[in-house]
Design a protein around this ligand. Sequence first.
Ligand code: AMP
Ligand code: GLY
Length: 427
Amino acid sequence: MRVLLLGSGGREHAIGWKLAQSPRLERLVSCPGNPGLDDLGDIAPDVDPIDPEAVLQLSIERDIDLVVIGPEAPLAAGVADRLREARVAVFGPNADGTRLESSKSFAKEVMAAAHIPTARSVTFSDREAAVLHLEETEGPYVVKADGLASGKGVLVTESLEAAIAWVEECLTGRFGRAGESVLIEEFLNGDEISVFYICADGEAIPLEPARDYKRLGDGDTGPNTGGMGAYSPVPDLPDDLVEWTTLNVTLPILAELHSREIDYTGFLYVGLMLTDDGPKVLEFNCRLGDPETQVLMPRLESDLLTVLNAAATVGITGQNLTWSDRAAVDVVLASPGYPDDPTTGLGIIGLERVSDAIVFHAGTQHTDAGLMTAGGRVLNVVGVADTLEQARADAYAAVDVIEFTGMRFRTDIADRDAVSRKERGAT
Ligand code: AMP
Ligand code: GLY
């Protein structure tokens, strides 16, 4: 099969790496791709992946059998809609289903209709009303830009002043149109976990859960980022967590969407907080997690291409996924200044000296002067081993030989003490 993969991040490199292992793959084309994906097939760096017509043209020119959409932006822009209309097989929801991610207020409305446990929230587009609401509630405060903000539109703070300032920043354009309205949400306490699905025709196949690290600094300090690392499997989760999530979140959401005439085919990411009152949904995304995908793909034994193609064409009844017992740990190497103002164009050295780890590219670029940084999150260094401890040791050993100016990373990804402290419910 000839597959077109949209996206250019570490998640897409990991998906492409897995697709490339399929005996059914004839050619992988990535748009716009990155240097890692370039090594796995062709790239189409000059085609805009969020332009539906341009993606359709590329699919036709390259005689593509299946389009797999990695990030949310092409989905929100209606790329899947256009491909379906033209009868090109595509894995990824239409723009209407993508609203689960692109509008947090829509997600809340659908969750309320489907009786799905989530934090209480109120949506505001008026500053005065939002501030009054904050003043009447107790901290910690959770303030979210309603629309897409690359994981950076959420502030969780003890400070009323900071919460008010965030409302103002959102409403005055810090996140563009994504911040035209804000949600003020009940604070949920607990451990977070990401559960993923491949969905089609109201059915859902779960992937393994993974845990990511959203804060920039060690010990979960600093601003929220797109994600600074991840690991899987996650020890000591409730045994029935995935089954609970399938029955209480995923299938009801798909049914609720269906009742609104939204047919959802694609990945679904359920972000959960494991609270004392049981799991509650923090967010939905219409894609896999980044960096969670980078630890899931190395553990997946089944042929991903077969399942995604089935979802996009005949449905997933009878399909399943099998997983290895091995552990994977991903350490993200980020640019100086990330997440607010990453410096790019810095030379990267040492990749050829990496052994015993997989390196997935994210913000990198080939230039005449060699490999350079080209984004906030630059590389994902993934150790895969029989135990979480060994996978972590392998990942950090590889991190040690990679260098670029101002490279920053967390040193506590999958740290055993930190992991078990979390599992015991300490904060
Ligand atoms: P979101 O993009 O909505 O998942 O929010 C980003 C991050 O902010 C989450 O991964 C949590 O760490 C944190 N967060 C979001 N909502 C809440 C909440 N209601 N209570 C506590 N933390 C939250
Ligand atoms: N790892 C968080 C996300 O992909 O949104």
